[in-house]
Design a protein around this ligand. Structure first.
Ligand code: PEP
Length: 249
């Protein structure tokens, strides 16, 4: 069985003072955690994470990465820079990046490769809009999004990613996919990974994200192909984030 992974996506929230208190609250409750846990924070706060969390049980990461290694790309952050700050993870292809910054499946694939080349674990987000779900396109959309990534990776690299299924209509809306709906998509993603290689099918964690909260986390993470959660709003309160981590049996 794959170990559970619970990752907080802070999005564009935080301040040095608020982060200090949130991180201290999370760390104080992690002693008995069975899951692997991480927070993905705004880039300016990576140093604060490195200072506060080094050597502990809570890993940290970023929310985006450049496809480029270095050079004249104003405002971009390279994967090697994230590694320099001790990041373990980076989220790529979040639906907010796809929707507001025009990231295509191909760009997401290149970001995934850049992260892997720097020794980071990319958390590759896939998910359908409400319109796509209602048109019966869910499996086609998430299948295409994952395929673009797998096509760019060799067999070894494909087994080193994390996938997050995040139905766009469930993000920040309070609407959650039912455990059965989520499991159905996760099972499809699992077979797609298995087709790429047995190792990818076996090792890659597939997280669910989209209004995961303390009261629905256990049921979602109890599904056979749901290996943890990518948590937005509920990751900003230590008690809620810890309750979700506690629900990851
Ligand atoms: C997210 O944005 O990755 C997310 C899952 O958000 P929320 O938990 O707030 O729906």
């Amino acid at each position: 069985m794959r170990p559970k992974l619970v990752v907080g996506n802070w999005k564009m929230n935080g301040s040095r003072a608020a982060n200090a208190s949130l991180l201290a609250g999370i760390v104080a409750g992690l002693d008995n955690a069975n899951a692997t846990c991480a927070v993905c924070v705004p880039a300016p706060y990576l140093q604060q994470c490195a200072d506060t969390l080094a050597g502990g049980k809570l890993a940290w990461g970023a929310q985006d990465v450049s496809v480029h290694a270095s050079g004249a790309y104003t405002g971009e952050v390279a994967a090697s820079m994230l590694a320099d700050f001790g990041c373990s993870y980076v989220i790529v292809g979040h639906s907010e990046r796809r929707a507001y910054h025009g990231e295509t499946d191909q760009v997401v694939a290149q970001k995934t490769l850049a992260a892997l080349n720097a020794g980071l674990t990319p958390i590759v987000c896939v998910g359908e809009t409400l319109e796509q779900r209602e048109a019966g396109q869910t499996n086609v959309v998430v299948g295409r999004q994952l395929s673009a990534v797998l096509e760019l990776l060799d067999v070894d690299a494909a087994a080193r990613i994390v996938v997050a299924y995040e139905p766009v209509w469930a993000i920040g809306t309070g609407k959650t996919a039912t455990p059965a709906m989520a499991q159905e998509v996760h099972a499809q993603l699992r077979s797609q990974l298995r087709e790429r290689s047995a190792a990818a099918g076996e090792r890659v964690a597939i997280l669910y994200g989209g209004s995961m909260k303390p009261d629905n986390a256990a049921e979602l993470m109890g599904q056979g192909d749901i290996d943890g959660g990518l948590i937005g709003g509920a990751a900003l309160k230590a008690a809620d984030f810890l309750a979700i981590i506690g629900a990851a049996a």
